[in-house]
Design a protein around this ligand. Structure first.
Ligand code: SAH
Length: 218
């Protein structure tokens, strides 16, 4: 192996080790994260730091989430290969790309048209054909494609948005951060039952806020 290939292989091993040590233990999730390279989702200067377990800046003042948080949220969703999933907050597209390896179809929406366009370019380049990215206000979900087996929200709301709860199938699971921005947010898992919703608190996290309406770049 060349020095460069050696170096990349070593960084990848460290990346997977960091994920495991932070609680990402599901073999299917780890395999997806080993396969999908994070660097194409980070344009420019920060791309060389793709293998660090850190959130990094992307366009439109947003961030690509920390890989271990992506892994823990994916694990918490308990997806199956038959699932249709909605992601609110496409951002770089990295979380959607990881999920695309584990489910049948994923719809992902972002309020910033530019992020949707750039993520779509990366999905095409990587031949991830089961992802549909759309510009939309995710506070309202995606009524045309609802209901969903799983919903993941990667921006923090004060409470789970009603339309998203309504678009979850019975037996379906939603994972989302709740709390005010700039304070501690809690990652929660909501499971829809025959009669209502069960809530589990998973851990504390820090996400950019869920903002109503479309971005000004639209
Ligand atoms: N999942 C992303 C990280 C998302 S950062 C990744 O893997 O890179 C949060 C994203 O949520 C931002 O891109 C922001 O534009 C988006 N967002 C915030 N409020 C939104 C809303 N109401 N509807 C859709 N997207 C929203």
């Amino acid at each position: 192996m060349s020095d460069e290939a050696d170096h990349i292989a070593e960084r990848k091993m460290q990346f997977l080790f960091a994920l495991r040590s932070k609680g990402v233990t599901d073999a299917r999730v780890l395999t997806a994260m080993e396969k999908i390279d994070r660097s194409p989702f980070i344009r420019g200067y920060f791309a060389e730091r793709a293998y660090e377990d850190m959130p990094l800046p992307i366009a439109c003042g947003q961030t690509i989430s920390q890989p271990s948080v992506v892994g823990l949220m994916t694990q918490a969703l308990k997806v199956t290969p038959r699932d249709t999933v909605l992601e609110v907050g496409t951002g770089s597209g990295y979380q959607a790309a990881i999920l695309s390896q584990l489910v049948r179809r994923i719809y992902t929406v972002d309020r910033h048209k530019r992020l949707v366009r750039e993520a779509t370019e990366v999905f095409r380049a990587l031949d991830l054909t089961n992802i549909t990215a759309l510009t939309a206000d995710g506070c309202f979900g995606l009524p045309d494609q609802a209901p969903f087996d799983r919903i993941i929200v990667t921006a923090a709301a004060e409470d789970p948005p009603g339309p998203l709860l309504a678009q979850l199938k019975i037996g379906g699971i939603m994972v989302l951060p709740v709390g005010q921005s700039d304070t501690v947010q809690r990652l929660i898992r909501v499971t829809r039952t025959e009669t209502g919703f069960d809530y589990d608190e998973l851990r504390s996290v820090r996400f950019v806020p869920l903002v109503e309406g479309l971005g000004r770049d639209v």
